[in-house]
Structures are given as structure tokens and as C-alpha cells.
Design a protein around this ligand. Structure first.
Ligand SMILES: Cc1cc2nc3c(=O)[nH]c(=O)nc-3n(C[C@H](O)[C@H](O)[C@H](O)COP(=O)(O)OP(=O)(O)OC[C@H]3O[C@@H](n4cnc5c(N)ncnc54)[C@H](O)[C@@H]3O)c2cc1C
Length: 306
């Protein structure tokens, strides 16, 4: 059961109630209107046997949806086709020709408020008149929808401070704002998760993750970007031997290619000559932690022995 509250009982609220009632027949609709009547600025008054509209005074027939609404929902009972020219009069009672507009116009012999009256009558909405809404407050309840979004398996993951933007096309029946954004978390694939877990178990902490352009597909096979993870060895058994480890990942359909860049502690000369780095490409095709750990330990030990 859905509870829907509507503020105001104008023609807009009546149309909304009609649509919501049709889409969710079990919805409980409550309309709160501050004045004594419905239809807001389309306002009808009666004096003796004269009915007059002092707000909106006619409907036009130039929108197919309005025509369908009039014919199928509001009903033609009392529908008045205004074919004669419309004259206006002012507060002094002076009558003058109205706008030069001879397009077809409709009204109701009972006044234009029939629009809201008939729409509300076609729903189960409860309309409370003389009820002004003073404030609107969130009651703290939140609603959660479960949404499945298929993303390419090589989508960068939201770890180590990496922001990932995903453009998602969702068929929400027009109920959401297309400009709206939502926060998503992209989890690693099982193989990448194993790699991140293994490095954490070896004592390395993830310092940073970022996406880099890889226009020449040096690290990747089918896209122009690569995700790079930077790990700090402090606290690991390698903290005295290494400055850090960088990992560039290429998640593929059948395996995960990982370029491991081991940065050794070295003298200034080595750093200048860039001989303090050792790059190795690993192919991870398992999620077995001890296998993956062995691959990383061997890679680090090899780099240290060179
Ligand atoms: C003089 C005049 C002539 C017009 N002529 C035409 C015409 O010939 N044809 C045409 O198509 N359009 C015409 N319009 C425009 C038409 O009247 C409006 O576009 C239409 O009525 C707007 O409907 P609505 O439901 O959006 O808002 P509204 O009609 O303004 O309805 C809002 C409702 O909310 C209620 N409300 C507001 N605040 C609160 C609150 N805090 N708590 C509870 N209730 C609240 C109000 O009392 C009102 O009933 C005319 C307008 C005017 C003023």
C-alpha cells in the first residue's frame, strides 16, 4: 500500500490524482486544499441563475490529450461549445470585444471547476477542504530500490579514492529526472579482489588508485585507459627493501593481466637511471589466494635479487 499526499486541489492536482489512481489503484490518496472548493485558479461562482468563471474560463481543443480527456474522462454532459465571440467587461461594466481569437473553446454549463470535480470523482482520492498545509517535513523514512546495472567487466573499481563515472540508461517510465546522479560502488572482479586481498595480507596498504589514459594500449588490450593502484610497504616485511609497489590491471574475460612495478630502495644514481624499478607482467587466472600470493612473492623476491 502506498500513501500519497497531494497539496492543493487545483486542476493540476486533480490530473495528478487521476493518473496516480490509474497507475496504482491500491494507492491511498489524500488531497489537502486550503480553500472551500476545488480547481484552484479555475474558479466558478453562482449568482441567482447565473454561473460564471472568474479565473480560467475555457479549454482549447488544440491538444489531442485534452480532447481525449474531455471525451473519455470528463464526459460531454454539460459540455458547452463556445462558438460565439467572447466579450469582456471591466469593473465599470463597460463591455468591449475580447481578443481576436476565434479558435474553438469549451466550457461546462456548471462552470470550469467541473474539470477537477469530475477528475476527483473518477478516483478514490479523499479531498479535505479548508485544510491549509503549513509545512512539509521528511519523516526520516527512506526507500530502497534494488537496481541491477550491468557494467563492462573492465570498469574501473571504486577503491583507493578512485571516482568512477558511469552513464546509465534506465527505463523508469519518465518518473526520474534524467539529470539526476546517484552514488554507485563498483566492486572488483573476483580475480582483482583476490589480488587486492593478497597484497593487503602481505602487509601492503593501498595508498591511491587512479585511472590513466593508455592510448597506445600498452597495458590494456581493448580500451584506452588503465587503472593503476599504488601500495605502500610500510608495516610489511618488505618495508626496508621497497619504496612501493604499483599495479596496473587489465581485467579480461578469461583472466586478469597485472603489470607489477616493484620500486626498490636504491641510491640516487639508480633512481636517476631508473634502474630501481622492475616491471613484471602476471597473468592471474585463478582466485586461489595461495597461488596468487606465490606469484606476487616470487615477483617481489626476483625484483630484490636483481
Ligand atoms: C484570471 C485567469 C484566467 C485564466 N484563464 C485561463 C483559460 O481561459 N484557460 C486556461 O487553460 N487557463 C487559464 N488560466 C490559467 C489556469 O487557471 C491555471 O493554469 C490553472 O488553473 C492552474 O492549475 P494548478 O492546479 O496548477 O494551480 P492552481 O489552480 O493555482 O491550484 C493550486 C491549488 O492549491 C491550493 N493551495 C495552495 N497552497 C496551499 C496550501 N499551502 N495548502 C493547501 N492548499 C493549497 C490552492 O488553493 C489551489 O486550489 C487563467 C488564470 C487566471 C488567474
Amino acid at each position: 500500500m502506498v500513501d500519497v499526499g497531494v497539496v492543493g486541489a487545483g486542476a493540476g492536482a486533480a490530473a495528478l490524482s487521476y493518473v496516480v489512481d490509474g497507475a496504482h489503484p491500491s494507492a491511498d490518496l489524500t488531497v489537502l486544499e486550503k480553500s472551500g472548493g476545488v480547481c484552484g485558479r479555475a474558479a466558478t461562482r453562482r449568482r441567482d441563475d447565473v454561473t460564471y468563471d472568474y479565473g480560467a474560463n475555457y479549454l482549447r481543443d488544440d491538444d489531442a490529450r485534452v480532447n481525449a480527456l474531455v471525451a473519455d474522462v470528463l464526459g460531454t454532459d454539460g459540455l458547452a461549445d463556445v462558438t460565439e465571440p467572447v466579450y469582456t467587461f471591466d469593473a465599470d461594466g463597460d463591455v468591449s470585444p475580447g481578443r481576436d481569437d476565434d479558435r474553438r473553446k469549451w466550457s461546462y454549463t456548471g462552470g470550469l471547476t467541473q474539470i477537477a470535480k469530475r477528475l476527483f470523482a473518477a478516483t478514490d482520492a479523499t479531498v479535505h477542504r479548508h485544510t491549509r498545509v503549513e509545512t512539509l517535513e521528511r519523516n526520516g523514512e527512506t526507500e530502497t530500490w534494488s537496481v541491477t546495472v550491468d557494467v563492462p567487466h573492465a570498469t574501473p573499481v571504486t577503491r583507493g579514492g578512485s571516482d568512477v563515472w558511469l552513464a546509465v540508461t534506465a527505463d523508469t517510465g519518465g518518473l526520474t529526472d534524467p539529470e539526476e546522479t546517484a552514488e554507485l560502488t563498483v566492486e572488483p572482479t573476483p580475480r582483482l579482489e583476490t589480488v587486492l586481498d593478497v597484497l593487503a595480507e602481505l602487509g601492503f596498504s593501498l595508498e591511491l588508485s587512479e585511472c590513466l589514459g593508455d592510448p597506445d594500449e600498452r597495458y590494456t588490450t581493448d580500451r584506452p585507459y588503465v587503472q593503476r593502484f599504488e601500495f605502500d610497504p610500510e608495516g610489511s616485511e618488505y618495508e626496508d627493501a621497497l619504496d612501493g609497489i604499483e599495479v596496473r590491471t587489465d581485467p579480461r574475460a578469461d583472466d586478469l593481466a597485472v603489470v607489477v612495478d616493484v620500486d626498490r630502495h636504491a641510491g640516487v644514481l639508480s633512481e636517476l637511471l631508473q634502474t630501481d624499478h622492475e616491471s613484471t607482467t602476471l597473468v592471474i587466472d585463478s582466485t586461489d589466494r595461495s597461488d596468487v600470493e606465490q606469484q606476487f612473492v616470487e615477483t617481489i623476491e626476483n625484483a630484490l635479487s636483481n
